[in-house]
Design a protein around this ligand. Structure first.
Ligand code: FES
Length: 123
């Protein structure tokens, strides 16, 4: 009789453990694929940076070539080597001397005032 109860309790434990594992996998599989892809895309969302020159402001994708960004703002630096060696094209971007021939648009600043005002370019 004692062995019967032992076997019965063991059987109940095994069934309940199996029920938990199947319910967990069912929930994971039940997630819609669109929701999973939405979560992935939000982590790789586009980060835009506001650049300004002579009162003109424009949004640019962070990491895009700075050369095209400054051209769209109307800045016309002189280019010589176009390799980042001669510093002929240097401009001031948010107070830092930058070579637009090789530089990328920096990520958006974390300060709220700079986000609204944009990173100032001085040629
Ligand atoms: S053109 Fe020479 S450093 Fe930019």
């Amino acid at each position: 009789m004692k062995t019967f109860f032992t076997i019965l309790i063991t059987l109940i434990i095994c069934l309940s453990a199996e029920a938990f594992t199947t319910s967990t996998t069912t929930n994971a599989a039940a997630l819609p694929p669109t929701q999973a892809s939405w979560t992935t895309s939000s982590s790789t969302s586009l980060q835009m940076t506001v650049l300004s020159y002579n009162g003109k402001k424009k949004d640019f994708k962070a990491g895009s070539p700075l050369k095209t960004a400054v051209a769209q703002l109307g800045v016309k630096p002189r280019y010589s080597c176009k390799k980042g060696e001669c510093a002929t094209c240097q401009i001031s971007l948010a107070g830092r001397m930058t070579k637009p021939c090789v530089a990328k648009v920096p990520p958006e600043p974390t300060l709220k005032s700079l986000k609204e005002k944009g990173l100032e370019i001085k040629a």
